[in-house]
Design a protein around this ligand. Sequence first.
Ligand SMILES: NC(=O)C1=CN([C@@H]2O[C@H](COP(=O)(O)OP(=O)(O)OC[C@H]3O[C@@H](n4cnc5c(N)ncnc54)[C@H](OP(=O)(O)O)[C@@H]3O)[C@@H](O)[C@H]2O)C=CC1
Ligand SMILES: O=C(O)C1=N[C@H](C(=O)O)C[C@H](O)C1
Length: 250
Amino acid sequence: MKIALIGYGKMGKELEKVALSRGHEIVCIIDINNQDDFESEAFRSADVAIEFTNPMVAYSNYIRTFKAGVKLVSGSTGWMAEHGDEIKELCEKEGKTLFWSSNFSLGVAIFSAVNKYLAKIMNQFPAYDVTMSETHHIHKLDAPSGTAITLAEGILENLDRKSHWVKEEAATTDELPIHSIREGEVFGIHTVRYDSAADSISITHDAKNRGGFALGAILAAEYTAGKQGYLGMSDLFPFLADEPSKPSSK
Ligand SMILES: NC(=O)C1=CN([C@@H]2O[C@H](COP(=O)(O)OP(=O)(O)OC[C@H]3O[C@@H](n4cnc5c(N)ncnc54)[C@H](OP(=O)(O)O)[C@@H]3O)[C@@H](O)[C@H]2O)C=CC1
Ligand SMILES: O=C(O)C1=N[C@H](C(=O)O)C[C@H](O)C1
């Protein structure tokens, strides 16, 4: 498959390694210094472009990729609150294609499914209150992390006593607090913790390197080449939506 990379930083370089190891060809690399290449033949020839840049430029990269008629996979975080609805509409109503995930690692896909199921169970156990924390390297521009926001959304959809997430401290019992820590070169640690007076239950995903994010993004690119629309990890792994059994609310 022909792949174009947009952004050649920590993730761009990791993606290049994994793509080549799976027999793909990198036909174009766009970084901050060669923006004209969005109009190049090489870029247009790509089966899929993969974008990992930053919250400020991701949206304009998506629009330029759509204009070039190239399908897109992106892991950039921090753009969704401002532009999410417009980008989804371009995919759902105007034939554009974006596969986006706040975290491409297979471990986080599994963790997300467990997180939603645990939240549903906790409807039966009001003595437990839930908090979240995420730790990342000091270069990270956004907080909370995109993954933390996705995990929080998974809790809010399933745990009736929480209505919205907040940064750091909860002021009311319906708020779900997310604590963000920036430390050294940490690849990404996410913890969801339920606390009662008697005990606590924590689930944690701890990335050991960036290889897992890159592998997931390349698997997503292989999937996206033959698809259209707004796609995500639930399209790539639909079986993760199947629960072992649904706890009854009675
Ligand atoms: N979904 C997931 O699984 C993951 C998501 N991420 C997210 O991916 C993004 C990138 O992470 P990471 O690779 O670590 O960040 P880096 O800062 O290491 O890399 C980003 C690169 O994009 C370049 N860049 C800046 N502006 C543009 C532009 N307009 N067009 C093309 N390239 C540009 C930067 O250049 P310069 O340095 O010169 O500005 C830099 O080389 C972040 O939003 C992060 O949160 C990260 C890991 C996993
Ligand atoms: O910036 C990073 O490094 C990461 N960003 C993503 C996020 O915001 O959740 C995914 C991963 O945790 C690494």
